[in-house]
Design a protein around this ligand. Structure first.
Ligand code: DAH
Length: 345
């Protein structure tokens, strides 16, 4: 080349560009340098333009040299791009590495809900007595919730004021008793089951009522099942849950699905029967409904009532939890306040 000035300029620009490429620490920085050297207003373009000042006959060779220098420099940038991509990928992988052997911090272990604790104790107790747990749906057909339990269409408890209706013949179950009907229709005696879960009533939400609460149903059908079997079973339940000194009291009552029916009271676990605010000074706390399975119910569910008899009971689990742990307000069971829940750790 006849112009030594231009070839020096080219080689120093190539060197400079190469250094800028290898000094770039990130793809973003490299891109900045690329624009500076190869962009429309970049240095190589600038150099090409400056050739206009050269004598006509020297220009083509000089132009070729600039382009060659530019290609060389661009090759460095391509290599640097690959390097930086690789480096950034490795850094990302490293940053995302999880050490699965690292001990984890204390995230605060939760606690069982008092109703869950009561439920588990009861399930344990009844399973120990030979009962099997079964489940039933919370959205239930009228047929199981009422009809087969001898609670016909005109019965007041079927009123929409008491029961949540989904459709004309579908309700949110108002008790766990429909599981009795479902079980009888599916199996033959002897049947000895418990079933626990949520039930729903169009009730107030106050210290002693909630529109959703929990029941545990017990149900036993066999030959020669008597009222004294029921009494004995519930006495075991009462003593196990509230202590050996707990006494039970059976009061005549009425349920369409049992005959005779009894409500069962326990001596107040808070005052031991002496009388306190909790038991309204009566010494007794109402605990559950029970009775001998109404022969009509057995027949409706295809069981020969001249051969079989049975007993049933329905326990309010929230009640049990409240008494057991001296929870004064039912709302506390459902509000999920951690200050309350923490105490059950
Ligand atoms: N289902 C009744 C209620 O919700 C409780 C009950 C009473 C269940 C007597 C029974 C029973 O199994 O025999 O109030």
């Amino acid at each position: 080349m006849s112009n030594p000035g231009i070839s020096e300029q080219i080689s120093s620009l190539v060197t400079e560009a190469r250094e800028a490429a290898s000094a770039s620490k990130s793809l973003a920085e490299l891109e900045g340098a690329r624009v500076r050297y190869f962009g429309k207003k970049g240095m190589f373009t600038g150099l090409l333009r400056s050739l206009g000042a050269m004598p006509q006959e020297e220009r083509p060779a000089a132009g070729q040299s600039v382009n060659q220098g530019r290609e060389d420099a661009e090759a460095f940038f391509a290599a640097a791009t690959e390097n930086l991509k690789k480096k950034e990928r490795e850094e990302k992988l490293f940053a995302e590495t999880i050490d699965v052997t690292e001990p984890r911090g204390n995230n605060g272990i939760g606690s069982l809900h008092p109703v869950t604790i009561a439920l588990r104790e009861l399930v344990d107790l009844f399973v120990g007595m030979g009962y099997e747990t079964v489940e039933g749906p919370e959205v239930e057909y009228d047929k199981y919730n009422f009809e087969l339990l001898n609670q016909p269409k005109n019965h007041p408890a079927r009123d929409a004021q008491d029961t949540f209706y989904i459709e004309e013949n579908i309700v949110l179950r108002s008790h766990t008793s429909p599981v009795q009907a479902r079980t009888m229709l599916a199996r033959r005696p002897p049947i000895r089951i418990i079933s626990a879960g949520r039930v729903y009533r169009a009730d107030e939400f106050d210290a002693t009522h909630s529109p959703v609460f929990h029941q545990l149903e017990g149900f036993y059908v066999d030959k020669n099942v008597t009222m004294s079997d029921l009494k004995g079973t519930l006495e075991v339940f009462a003593k196990r849950l509230f202590g050996e000194n707990t006494k039970t009291r059976f009061r005549p009552s009425f349920f369409p699905f049992t005959e005779p029916s009894a409500e069962v009271d326990l001596t107040c676990p808070t005052c031991g029967g002496k009388g306190c605010r909790l038991c309204k000074n009566t010494g007794w706390i109402e605990m559950l409904g029970s009775g001998m399975v109404n022969p009509k119910v057995l027949e409706l569910c295809g069981i020969d009532s001249s051969v079989y008899s049975g007993f049933a009971f329905g326990i309010g689990l929230d009640r049990v939890g409240m008494l057991r742990y001296a929870v004064p307000d039912m709302r506390w069971l459902f509000e999920g306040d951690v200050r309350m829940m923490r105490q059950f750790r």
